[in-house]
Design a protein around this ligand. Structure first.
Ligand code: HEM
Length: 158
């Protein structure tokens, strides 16, 4: 199994843990729910990377074929789930900025904004690939995904 499955699982567990903390110390409010929903949509799409990686490295042909069929089933939704993640995160960011202000000295907000900007480019590169596919754009999309994954991890942990 690809290391990305474990990393995705780790990020999901950290996010759930943070939500439990919110629930214990105050209550889970709409802006946080929106952040979690955006994260879930991102993770749904990013798990395809884990599936591809497993297809490339798995020794058994039967497993490779089954995973490829599964991946083919979700591909029609990929761009829409990515766009949905962006829309949810825009609302998340808007409500957070309304609550805390444009406080770039706060690491959570600074890293959140960097993640938000990366997500904009990730979604854009995904749509551009539909109309003008190229190997460069494919790699750009994957590297943006990796960068986004790291930024979201830092954002949620902080
Ligand atoms: C891809 C982008 C993003 C994702 C997936 C995301 C996800 C999340 C999640 C799941 C939480 C709740 C867990 C926690 O408190 O650590 C959260 C909290 C937070 N997010 Fe984001 N976020 C993103 C972008 C942003 C942006 C652009 C901002 C800009 C203002 C932001 C500001 C915050 C703040 C201030 C909190 C803490 C809320 C509190 O403790 O009251 N996030 N985010």
């Amino acid at each position: 199994m690809s290391k990305w499955f474990y990393l995705n699982g780790f990020l999901l567990l950290v996010a759930i843990w943070k939500l439990i903390e919110h629930a214990i110390y105050s209550s889970i409010q709409l802006p946080v729910w929106l952040g979690l929903a955006g994260l879930l949509f991102f993770l749904f799409n990013w798990t395809r990377q884990a599936v591809f990686s497993t297809i490339r490295n798995h020794p058994k042909r039967k497993v490779k074929v089954r995973l490829a069929q599964l991946s083919k089933k979700v591909v029609p939704f990929h761009r829409y789930t990515g766009t949905a993640a962006l829309i949810l995160i825009i609302f998340h960011a808007f409500l957070m900025l309304q609550r805390y202000g444009f406080a770039l000295q706060t690491p959570k907000i600074l890293i959140g904004l960097l993640a938000g900007i990366t997500l904009v480019f990730m979604v854009l590169s995904g749509w551009l690939r539909l109309f003008w596919p190229s190997v460069k754009k494919r790699y750009l999309h994957i590297y943006l995904g990796m960068t986004l994954f790291v930024l979201i991890c830092i954002h949620v942990i902080l």
